[in-house]
Design a protein around this ligand. Structure first.
Ligand SMILES: *Cc1c(COP(=O)(O)O)cnc(C)c1O
Length: 391
């Protein structure tokens, strides 16, 4: 049996997969089992910000694996201590403690629990088109009905408001609200950047009602949008900052950054067996050092502008809009985005969808300019083929 058939036989069936078997990666390129090369604008869904197989990150993994892989937070650990310092340095001023976990959704769960604990309130206000993860609490905050409805009853106490609508948020946040949770740029929901005025208003509204502001930067964090965290574009510091995806350069990890206004944490109230394990911490530390030394947030700005300019130059009736921030880019089509994504695979380019009509580009922040040019050429070819095919 070939590898695809084996996966098809044994997989849960929860994933819609493309017919590509990836076996190797190097910077912004990946290879399939037959040796075919692709430019990777998926990067593990915005995970491999420093590219695939970065030597410094790979070396940190190998070294830590031979030293100490596991050490729960019942004990102290050298790598964890160093990572805490690094996270405090990179996150916005005012975020000064951290809860370490293993995925984005766990970070969101942790933040929701801390918000309820700290405020003694239950209400959580989330936005339309939001995506916060798949575990029950994070899922309740997630917008898409298809993801949520088969799994009820979900967690009580959640309200939903239209995104980028200050008045609706103001009306929804009351003295019973524990927290407002927002993405700074909505990722899964179609690459919708939040207005600076909206994110700042959310901060003000939370202050007025003594509610906490949770900013979910699982996808936007660690340079993706051109700053280490997207909230830094708007001068807003949340009370709880959720992180994941690129935090450890490809190693599974999540974290919650905790502001000084958050209270009530006592030993035993929350935790995780793998949380803060030395292997993840050493990998994250190496990844964050690479992000800093290669100034990848500045590269995201520069290459993001270039990529968006080149996309905007494409003269195709099939493109409705190009939007995004840094190297978090959405191209909205007048046709199903999956058609374009499939066409691009044929041309050696891997991309994501984000809803029905939006193609999402989350390449490594290290992607060379020539690779962006190749992606643009491939996209032009695919669109021309589609235009001709539909005539
Ligand atoms: C991906 C994502 C999550 C969930 O992270 P997982 O690691 O898949 O659990 C949560 N929030 C946002 C904004 C995300 O993009």
């Amino acid at each position: 049996m070939n590898l695809m058939d084996i996966e098809k036989q044994y997989t849960s069936g929860f994933y819609g997969k493309r017919d590509v078997v990836l076996v190797k990666g190097q910077n912004a390129h990946v290879w399939d089992v037959d040796g075919r090369e692709y430019i990777d604008c998926v990067a593990g869904i915005g995970v491999a910000n420093a590219g695939h197989s970065h030597p410094a990150i790979a070396a940190a993994i190998a070294e830590q694996a031979q030293t100490l892989m596991t050490c729960p937070e019942l004990f102290y650990n050298n790598r964890r201590a160093e990572l805490y310092q690094k996270l405090a340095e990179m996150t916005p001023e005012g975020i000064d403690r951290f809860f370490l976990c293993n995925s984005g959704t766990e970070a969101v769960e942790g933040a929701i629990k801390m918000a309820r604990l700290s405020t003694g309130r239950q209400g959580i206000v989330a936005a339309s088109n939001a995506f916060h993860g798949r575990t029950l609490g994070a899922l309740t905050a997630t917008y898409k009905k298809d993801y949520r409805e088969p799994f009820g009853p979900l967690v009580p106490g959640f309200d939903r408001v239209p995104y980028n609508d200050v008045e609706a948020l103001e009306a929804a946040v009351t003295g019973e609200t524990a927290a407002v949770i927002l993405e700074v740029v909505q990722g899964e929901g179609g690459i919708h950047p939040g207005d600076g005025d909206y994110i700042r208003a959310a901060r003000e509204i939370c202050n007025t009602q003594d509610a906490l502001l949770i900013l979910d930067e699982v996808q936007t964090g660690f340079g993706r949008t051109g700053r280490w965290f997207a909230c830094q574009h708007h001068g807003v510091v949340p009370d709880l900052l959720t992180m994941g995806k690129a935090i450890a350069g490809g190693m599974p990890m999540g974290a919650v950054g905790i502001g000084s206004g958050v209270d009530g944490m006592k030993p035993g109230l929350h935790g995780s067996t793998f949380g803060g394990n030395p292997l993840a911490c050493a990998t994250s530390l190496a990844a964050l050092e690479v992000y800093q030394s290669e100034q990848l947030q500045a590269r995201a700005t520069e290459m993001g502008e270039y990529f968006r300019e080149r996309l905007e130059e494409i003269n195709s009736p099939l493109i409705r809009e190009v939007r995004g921030m840094g190297l978090m880019i959405g191209v909205e089509f007048k046709v199903r985005a999956s058609k374009v994504v499939e066409g691009l695979i044929e041309h050696g380019v891997l991309t994501l969808t984000s809803g029905t009509t939006v193609m999402r580009l989350l390449p490594p922040l290290t992607i060379p300019r020539e690779d962006i040019d190749t992606v643009i050429e491939a996209l032009c070819d695919v669109l021309v083929q589609m235009e001709n095919g539909s005539k």
